[in-house]
Design a protein around this ligand. Structure first.
Ligand SMILES: Cc1cc2nc3c(=O)[nH]c(=O)nc-3n(C[C@H](O)[C@H](O)[C@H](O)COP(=O)(O)OP(=O)(O)OC[C@H]3O[C@@H](n4cnc5c(N)ncnc54)[C@H](O)[C@@H]3O)c2cc1C
Length: 457
C-alpha cells in the first residue's frame, strides 16, 4: 500500500492544501472523481457568472429606456452564450490536468474514493494511506422528495449547463441564491420563468427588506410565488406540471412549463466517502463536524469547504483550506473566523452581504441601524437608481460594524469597503470620514454610516 504524508480528497479548495503541502516538501495524493477543479470552476460560480454577465447586458439594454435610450435587442444567441461558457470550462480543466501531470511528489487519483479504515482510502480498487487527510469533497444538489420528480428529467445546477437550446418556459423550484441567479439568466434570454419558493420570502439569508425588493423587481420580469410548496410533478410527455400547496391561500395550484430546474439547496458528499468507516462524525444534516481549527472528530483528519456545511462559498472554502493546511503542516493553532465572511447574489438587482442581519444582531447586541438609498448620493441619482439601498448594523455600545447589506448595482464591489472594515476590527470612523470620490456610488457607504439610528424606520 502506497503511503503519503498528505491525502487530499477534492480538487476544489483542496488544491490550496495540495500547494501548501508540496511547497513544504511533503508527498501528496490528490483524489477527485471529477469534474477536475470542483464545483466552483465547473458547475457553480464560474459558469453561472459567465452566463449572468450576458444576462446583465440584456437587462441594461432593456432598462436604458428610462434614460431616454430607445434600444432594441434583435437576437440573443442562446447557443453561443452557453458554448462560450462550456469552452472556457473545458480549457481551464485541461490547463489544470496538464499542470497536475507535471508535479513531482504528487500522485493524482482520478476516481471516487472512500474510507476503508482509519487513515486508509480506497480509490479505483487501490488502497492508499495518509498521515494527514484533508476532506474537501464538497456538496451536490439536494433533490427534495417530491412525488413524481425522480425519473422526470429535471435540471439541476449541473445539467442546466449542458442545454443547447433555450427552454420556452421554466419552473424553478426554490428561491435561494441559485434559483434567483438562474431565474434572472433565463428570463433575460427570453424564457418565461416561474419561481416557486416554499418559504414566505426569497433568499432567506438576506434582510427581509432585501427579499421584498428582490421579489418586486424579479416580479417585473417573471412570476414569483412564495409560500408555495411543491408536492407533485407530472409530465404529459411534452410539458411538466408542478402541483403546489399554497400555505397562504390554502388549497392547491398547478404550474406548467417546458422544463423544471430544482434549486432547493445542497447535500453533503460525506456519504460517498463512507466516513463512518473512520472516526469522522457528521452532523444531523450529514455535513462533517469540525471544531474551530477545522479538525474533525478524528485526529489528523481535517474537513474544509462545503463538506463541513459552515458557509458554503468559494472564498470561505479557500480560506478554510489554507488555514487547515497551515495548522496541520506548520503545527499552528489558528481559529477559523467567519465574522467578516461575505457573499453575493448575482441576480437582478445584485445583492451583497457581510456579517449579521439586524434580527440576528438584536439577539445579542444593542444595535444602531443606518440606511441610505442609492438615489441619496449624486451618482445614484445620475444612474436613476430608485430601488437600491444599503443597510448597516452597528453595535450601539462600541460603535463597531456588525453587518452590512446592499441590494442594487455593483453591490458585490461596493460591499468590499464594509468587509475590510469588519475584517480589521469593525471600526467605522475611517470609512465614514475618509474621502470618497465625488460623484461615485462609493459615497453610498459613508452615507449609510452617517445615518445611524436606534430603529430601522
Ligand atoms: C450554481 C452555483 C453557483 C455558485 N456560485 C457561487 C459564487 O458565485 N460565489 C461563491 O463563492 N460560491 C458559489 N457557489 C458555491 C461554491 O461553488 C462552493 O462553495 C465551492 O465550490 C465549494 O468548494 P469545495 O472545494 O468545498 O467543494 P467542490 O468544489 O465541490 O470540490 C469537491 C470535489 O470533490 C470531489 N469528490 C466528492 N466526493 C468525492 C469522493 N468520494 N472521492 C473523490 N472525489 C470526490 C467532487 O467531485 C469535487 O470535484 C456556487 C455553487 C453553485 C452550485
Amino acid at each position: 500500500m502506497k503511503k503519503y504524508d498528505v491525502i487530499v480528497i477534492g480538487s476544489g479548495c483542496g488544491i490550496n492544501v495540495v500547494d501548501e503541502a508540496l511547497a513544504h516538501g511533503l508527498s501528496v495524493a490528490l483524489v477527485d472523481k471529477g469534474p477536475l477543479g470542483g464545483t466552483c470552476a465547473n458547475l457553480g460560480c464560474i459558469p453561472s457568472k459567465m452566463l449572468i454577465f450576458a444576462a446583465d447586458r440584456i437587462a441594461d439594454i432593456e432598462e436604458a429606456k428610462k434614460l431616454g435610450i430607445e434600444a432594441e435587442i434583435r437576437d440573443v444567441d442562446f447557443g453561443f452564450i452557453m458554448e462560450r461558457m462550456r469552452q472556457s470550462i473545458r480549457e481551464n480543466q485541461e490547463h489544470m490536468r496538464q499542470a497536475l501531470s507535471h508535479i513531482e511528489n504528487l500522485d493524482f487519483y482520478e476516481g471516487e474514493g472512500h474510507f476503508v479504515d482509519g487513515y486508509i482510502i480506497e480509490v479505483n480498487g487501490e488502497r492508499i494511506k495518509g498521515n494527514k487527510i484533508f476532506i474537501a469533497s464538497g456538496s451536490r444538489p439536494f433533490i427534495p422528495p417530491i412525488k413524481g420528480l425522480e425519473g422526470l428529467g429535471y435540471l439541476t445546477n449541473e445539467t442546466v449547463l449542458q442545454l443547447k437550446e433555450r427552454p420556452d418556459s421554466l419552473i424553478v423550484i426554490g428561491g435561494g441564491y441559485i434559483a434567483v441567479e438562474y431565474g434572472h439568466f433565463f428570463a433575460a434570454t427570453g424564457t418565461r420563468v416561474s419561481i416557486l419558493e416554499m418559504a414566505d420570502r426569497l433568499v432567506l439569508a438576506e434582510e427581509p427588506e432585501i427579499s421584498q425588493v428582490l421579489k418586486n423587481e424579479l416580479g417585473r420580469r417573471m412570476d414569483v410565488y412564495t409560500g408555495v410548496q411543491a408536492e407533485e410533478v407530472k409530465s404529459n410527455g411534452h410539458d411538466v406540471t408542478v402541483v403546489v400547496k399554497d400555505s397562504q391561500g390554502g388549497g392547491h395550484k398547478e404550474f406548467t412549463a417546458q422544463k423544471i430546474l430544482v434549486a432547493v439547496g445542497r447535500k453533503s458528499n460525506a456519504d460517498l466517502l463512507k466516513v463512518e468507516n473512520t472516526g469522522v462524525e457528521v452532523d444531523k444534516r450529514g455535513f462533517i463536524q469540525v471544531n474551530e481549527y477545522l479538525e474533525t472528530t478524528k485526529k489528523n483528519i481535517y474537513a474544509v469547504g462545503d463538506i463541513n456545511g459552515q458557509q458554503m462559498f468559494t472564498h470561505v472554502a479557500n480560506v478554510e483550506a489554507s488555514l487547515a493546511a497551515d495548522n496541520a503542516i506548520h503545527g499552528n493553532k489558528k481559529k477559523m473566523d467567519y465574522g467578516a465572511a461575505p457573499h453575493a447574489v448575482y441576480t437582478h438587482p445584485q445583492i451583497a452581504s457581510v456579517g449579521m442581519t439586524e434580527e440576528t444582531a438584536r439577539k445579542s447586541h444593542k444595535v444602531l441601524i443606518g440606511k441610505a438609498k442609492y438615489s441619496d448620493v449624486a451618482q445614484g441619482e445620475a444612474m436613476m437608481e430608485e430601488i437600491g439601498f444599503a443597510k448597516a448594523v452597528v453595535d450601539a455600545v462600541n460603535g463597531k460594524l456588525l453587518g452590512f447589506h446592499i441590494i442594487g448595482p455593483y453591490a458585490p464591489i461596493l460591499i468590499q469597503e464594509a468587509i475590510n472594515a469588519m475584517a480589521s476590527g469593525g471600526g467605522i470612523d475611517q470609512t465614514r470620514t475618509s474621502m470618497h470620490i465625488h460623484p461615485s456610488i462609493t459615497e453610498l457607504i459613508p452615507e449609510v454610516l452617517s445615518n445611524l439610528k436606534n430603529s430601522t424606520s
